[in-house]
Design a binder for this molecule. Structure first.
Ligand code: G3H
Ligand code: ZN
Length: 277
């Protein structure tokens, strides 16, 4: 079942729970994530990034497949466009039936980011689609960001009020695409932003954050927790093990199935960890 991001986040934030948001690249990701949501009875955010769209060459094939997986399940699934820098891609996602988009204007100058985000919010809200935006570059993407970037609480509150976004991604010490869970979060800053933000907060680059710090981040006020690289590591590790154990296998279902099972197990574990805090 497809649900709206703002509703899922409002419920979770009200109860001090975190919601897992995981990236879909292959069909197997979508199947694993939805199965984990079903298994745990918890909502999940299925996100497709502009980078994944570039890989597939188009949004519709991967999006419609993901939507079909979500729609045949009773689990509450948000279909979310992740890190969209292109306004036309946002419009395409809305037309396809996404229930949420992230407009990433972090590379724009501040005034243009505010103005463009506000316009995106107006268009999306007309169709009941939630909008997440980013303030303050979050480290690691494209190699041009640094993990030392921080969002200012007053600025975050003003940005959210001005733009009307439903969720705000903030820079608090995490960094994208880390393959070790060694990031140090500024927990005090999370609490200070949460205290003044009118909308739920989003942690990007959570693959670099260990279990204890994820729990602490949610306790201090994070609601949507984005994890991509960590699950790809689980997927790839299982495929690598399968191929090493059986070097003559040719049926792609055999080793991709092993990857899918590994992603489901780790997603279910993370959903429970984030929801239990
Ligand atoms: O938007 C997606 C996330 O921020 C994922 O980052 O691959 O470092 O977990 P990650
Ligand atoms: Zn991100």
């Amino acid at each position: 079942t497809l649900v709206n991001l703002a509703d899922v986040l409002a419920d979770a934030a009200g109860e001090g729970r975190g919601v897992g948001a995981f990236n879909v690249i292959q069909l197997e990701h979508a199947e694993a994530l939805v199965a984990a949501a079903e298994e745990t009875g918890l909502p999940v955010v299925l996100q497709i990034s502009e980078n994944a769209v570039r890989y597939h060459g188009a949004l519709a094939p991967v999006a419609l497949a993901t939507m079909a997986v979500a729609n045949r399940s009773s689990a509450r699934c948000v279909l979310h466009l992740d890190h969209a820098e292109s306004e036309s891609l946002v419009d395409e996602a809305v037309a396809l039936g996404f229930t949420s988009v992230m407009f990433d204007g972090s590379k724009l100058d501040d005034a243009t980011n505010r103005e463009t985000t506000r316009a995106v919010v107006e268009r999306c809200h007309e169709f009941g689609v939630s909008v997440e935006a980013e303030l303050g570059e979050i480290g690691g993407k494209d190699g041009v960001h640094a993990p030392g970037v921080r969002t200012d609480p007053t600025d975050a509150a003003a940005f959210a009020h001005e733009t009307g976004v439903d969720a705000l991604a903030v820079a608090v010490g995490s960094s994208h695409a880390m393959t070790s869970r060694t990031a140090t979060l500024d927990l005090d800053l999370i609490a200070r932003i949460r205290a003044v933000s009118p909308v739920p907060l989003v942690l990007h680059g959570s693959s670099g954050v260990d279990d204890d710090s994820l729990v602490a981040a949610v306790r201090n006020g994070m609601t949507k927790v984005n994890i991509a690289t960590h699950l790809n590591a689980a997927f790839t590790g299982a495929v690598r093990d399968f191929l090493a154990d059986d070097p003559t296998v040719v049926d792609t279902r055999k080793y991709l199935g092993a990857g899918r099972a590994a992603v489901q197990a780790e997603t279910a574990r993370l959903l429970r960890l984030l929801a239990a805090t």
